[in-house]
Design a protein around this ligand. Structure first.
Ligand SMILES: C[S@@+](CC[C@H](N)C(=O)[O-])C[C@H]1O[C@@H](n2cnc3c(N)ncnc32)[C@H](O)[C@@H]1O
Length: 305
């Protein structure tokens, strides 16, 4: 789903239309269709958006000059930032593959971002062509990510796109559209790929995870990937600190966290082997990239017993 030249959009998104609609919204105009950003949040054209910057790192087109200027600053501080964004996408693919192979057909993708090639429903359905019914709830709180996801998925009855904040687990899980799509008597996988590092400690990520854990059926899964500099060299750790400062100054909170912190969030769950690892090493295949640049993302999948 990456909106990039030479990278056609599954679902037939009209790229020109989409970019035009991004520009319209950046000027604050009303767009009278389902893609209109929520009224309670107006876009600040001077502020970079985490979703659009991530889209830029992944080679997409849903980003503005402000996003690209910020991305350049972030990459100057931490050149591995782009590699980390790619590591999240690779991890997502392997996690969804593992979960589908273990019978999961229902997903909630929190902080899904701007629709990108290799989204959850693409990966899952490619693995189960005979039963293309994998249900996916996509959730983001970025107006462009929500609008473009809605546009791409408007004809897909097995997906729901929610404009919501992942910090409110019960609001998301209790949402009528979610209950209309997901069967809460069967396992559900909640994915938090590359997003929890944007949740500061004051918002209590552990409590947020517990909110999902405690409201999912038995046999469900939580999967997460997270920025971490534990395995990095001192030089790379200094770059991570600079990268975090760059985000905090201009885009919003960002935090690197340790293996021990992630483990403390996954209490009362069975952590799936190989455990909390460098995301790129998690059930990696020979096609997955390696190298110290990739060591900045930790990943884990855990199951509700
Ligand atoms: C770095 S992107 C990751 C996107 C995608 N998961 C991936 O791995 O490519 C982080 C996404 O999380 C979203 N996000 C950040 N905080 C959020 C929150 N509190 N609730 C919902 N989404 C959030 C951002 O808007 C952005 O789209």
């Amino acid at each position: 789903m990456v909106h990039a030249p030479g990278n056609p959009l599954p679902g037939g998104c009209n790229r020109q239309h989409a970019i035009a609609s991004l520009n319209i919204r950046a000027k604050g105009a009303q767009v009278p269709d389902a893609n209109t950003p929520p009224a309670h949040r107006s876009l600040d054209p001077e502020k970079p958006s985490i979703a659009r910057v991530n889209d830029y790192f992944l080679g997409g087109s849903f980003n503005t000059p402000v996003d690209r200027a910020f991305a350049a600053r972030a990459l100057r501080a931490l050149p591995a930032m782009k590699t980390a964004a790619m590591a999240n996408r690779h991890f997502l693919r392997r996690v969804v593959t593992y979960l589908v192979e273990n019978g999961v057909r229902q997903f909630v993708d929190l902080g899904c971002g701007i629709p990108t090639v290799g989204g959850v429903h693409h990966v899952a359905r490619a693995l189960t062509p005979d039963t293309p019914d994998t249900a996916v709830v996509y959730v983001d709180n970025d107006p462009i990510a929500v609008a473009q996801s809605k546009r791409l998925l408007r004809d897909d009855p097995a997906t729901v796109v929610l404009d919501a904040d992942l910090r409110h687990p019960t609001e998301i899980l209790d949402h009528p559209a979610v209950h209309g799509l997901l069967d809460f008597t069967r396992p559900i996988a909640v994915l938090m790929i590359g997003v929890l590092h944007f949740i500061p400690d004051r918002d209590n990520p552990h409590r947020i995870l517990a909110g999902y854990r405690d409201n999912l059926p038995r046999g469900s899964y939580l999967a997460l990937s997270h920025l971490s500099d534990e395995a990095a060299s001192p030089e790379l750790q200094a770059q991570v600190r600079d990268g975090i400062r760059t985000y905090q100054n201009d885009a919003g909170p960002l935090a690197a966290r340790s293996h021990a912190t992630l483990a403390s969030w996954l209490t009362e769950l069975e952590i799936i082997p190989p455990g909390i690892t460098i995301a790129n090493a998690w059930r990696a295949t020979t096609n997955d990239p390696t190298g110290t640049d990739h060591d900045l993302v930790l990943g884990a999948v855990a199951r509700l017993p």
